[in-house]
Each structure stands twice: as C-alpha cells, then as structure tokens.
Design a protein around this ligand. Sequence first.
Ligand code: SF4
Ligand code: SF4
Length: 425
Amino acid sequence: MISSLVFVALLAAGITGFTLQVRRLRRGLALARPAGRHDRQSERWSTMTRVALGQGKMGPRPLAAAMHLIVYVGFVLINIEVLEIILDGILGTHRLFRAPLGGLYDGLMNFFEVLGFLVIVACVVFLVRRLRLGPKRLNHPDLTGWPQKDAVNILVIEIVLMSALLLMNAAEYQQLATGSQLAPWLISGLMLPLFGGWSASALSAFATSMWWLHFVGILAFLNYLPRSKHFHIILAFPNVWYSKLTPRGQIPAMESVTTEIKSMLDPSFVPDPNAVPPARFGAKDVHDLHFANLLNAYSCTECGRCTSECPANQTGKKLSPRRIMMATRDRVEEVLTGGQGADTRSLLDDWISREELWACTTCNACVEACPLNIDPMDIILQMRQYLVMEESAAPSTVNVAMGNIENNAAPWAYPQADRGNWIQQ
Ligand code: SF4
Ligand code: SF4
C-alpha cells in the first residue's frame, strides 16, 4: 500500500513537472509571429511521415542511420513496457500482463530485451564516437560546454535505463524461476552468472531496486527532455510538418514590399484594407521570426550535418548554421527567463553577429543536409532583410552590387551597352 502511494506521488510529480516544461516551451514558441504554413496539408502529412517517422533524410550516413534507428525504435517500443510498470505500481501487482498474455508475453519480453541490448550497444558506440573517434562536427567549438554534456548525459541515461531493465529481469529469474520449466529470456538469461550465489532476499531487493531505478529514471528522463536537444524525439514531427514546401531556392517576397510596389506600378491594384503594416522589416530579434523558425530552433538535434556541409564554414568563415539555430533557441530561453539584459539584448549582435550573417552564400546546403528539414538560411535572410531595410547596413560589396543592379541592370560596373564587348577581344 505504501509503495503504491509513493509510486502514485512520484508519477504525479513527474507528469506535473513535464506538463509545466511543455507549457514553458509553448510560451517560447508563442513569442513568434504566425508562420502561415497550414496550406497543402496532405503534402505536409506525407513529408512528416517520410522525413520524421521514416527518417528519410538519414540515408547518406548509413551506419549512423542504422544505429539511430535502433535507439529511436527502442525508445518508442520499450516504453510500451512502461504501461505495465505503471499499472503494477498503482495496483501493487507484479507483471500484470504475464498471465493474460501467456506465451506472447515471453515473446514480447525477448523482443524488448534484444532491442534494449542493441540500444545499449548503439549508445556505447555513439559515446565512443563522440568522445574519442568522432567526426569534426561532434567535436566542434559550437558544442563547447553544456551542449556536449547534454549529448553525453542522454546517452548515459539510456544505457542506465536499459541496463536496469535487463538486470531486473535477470535477478528476478534467478530468484523465482531457476529450476522451473520457465526458460530465461534471451539477454537477461546471459546475465544469470552475475547472480550466482546470491541469497533469495538479496536477489529480491536487487530486482526491486532495479524496478524503481527504471521507473524513477523514466520520470527523470521525461523531465530532462524538454530542456535538452533530445526533445527532438517529439518535436521532430510537428517541426517537419511545418517544413517550407516551396522550392528550396525560392526566397519568399516580403508581403509589405510587394504590396507597396504593386500599388506604385499597377493602377488597378487594390491593397487589402485589413492588412496590418509590419512592425519592422526583417528580423532583429526572436519576436520578429515566425513560428516555424522557433520550432526549428527547439527541434535542432545539434548534429552538425548542416555545418559540415556549409561552404562558408568549410572555408574558415565564422558562420555555422548549427550555431544559428542554437543561438536562436538560447535567445528565446533568455527572453523567457527574463534574466539580466533580456529586454535590452537582441538576437542580432548579442547572439548572432553581422559577420556570420553576411558570410552565408544562400546555397541551401544546410537545409538539404538537415535530417529534420530545419532551415537556418531562413533566419539568416530575415536578419539580413532587417539590416538592409531598417539600418541600411549592408556591407560595401553588397551596396556596390545593388547600386550596379539599379543603374546597369547587372551586378557589374559596366553599362548594358558594353555587355557584348568581350566578343571583340
Ligand atoms: S545557406 Fe548559408 S548557412 Fe546554409 S550552408 Fe549555405 S552558406 Fe552555409
Ligand atoms: S539544423 Fe539540422 S543539420 Fe543542423 S545541427 Fe540542427 S538538426 Fe543537425
């Protein structure tokens, strides 16, 4: 009875904590203006199924893709077992589903154990890869400090959770089923020698402590997730749903500027009387970005595929598209916590420098490489629009090119009449 009460209290605290964290995340997303991406719904659902559920953009790195798939499937499927743990904890029963499911229960447990073992192997490989052998993108200055710790924390938590499950099964079998007709399950059966010579009470206490460790670990994990890049396990789905569906290279025209030009050039054009003039052109801070930009920032896995493909980064420029996403998310967090300077600072200059913004070649390689269709270039373009239209602060090279386009209808410093001169050379 007491253990059921403790269980219910912990479960309630865990769910309440998670709910509060999700509310906080929603407050962060609500800082943005609407994304206006509710069109082409069937295409959105199919993109989400292919890219988020089917991991359709993980293919170029097949080994990493396979291991990621194991961790992902393991996380989702093994949590089915949590349903039994919750019911056992509330009702004070033990392995509630075993009797009604019969042989199917053993089949499921064998499947979960193999999956759990593969998750442990994949997490150990990921840890070694990240800390010892890793590609440059995993040992990049972008990840100094908390991001690297976060990545390690989550892998260690997964290893602990899966190990607790396997050890619990092994100790329980050793205590209750040795000598019976029951066959041990596939992986925990291999661990039985660990418990040779243990007394029945020691085995029982160990199995019970592993059960509690697994349960409390799941609650801790649940509350850690929303503050971690690993929340992408949930956010990946809405994030991909809100993908930009127009052609990659198409840079959307600014509605207010289009209206202005049409008003000047087309006498028959009637502007929308309900249109609200923009507070500012482009984006200086997170409030100016749209919903999908902030959802992108919260969904970023910090994998660095974008940065490793970015030609600006490859040629030694300061720009890293991954850092653009991380800086955007950190700025939203700064606004939410209302810490010192939250009102006086902005995404531009305090989190993202002008040098980074103007280093972008608008090649879209980052968007192409991102397994979650995240679009760092969209944020960069909106911030550039702010610099040009609100501060007239384009670099001199851009100003010269724009002046030439205005005067010569070409970015070069030659009149149109001379464009064929090269033929005479
Ligand atoms: S669009 Fe910009 S940020 Fe993205 S890969 Fe190209 S240069 Fe890098
Ligand atoms: S933007 Fe995409 S590719 Fe870049 S770090 Fe984030 S998840 Fe990875």
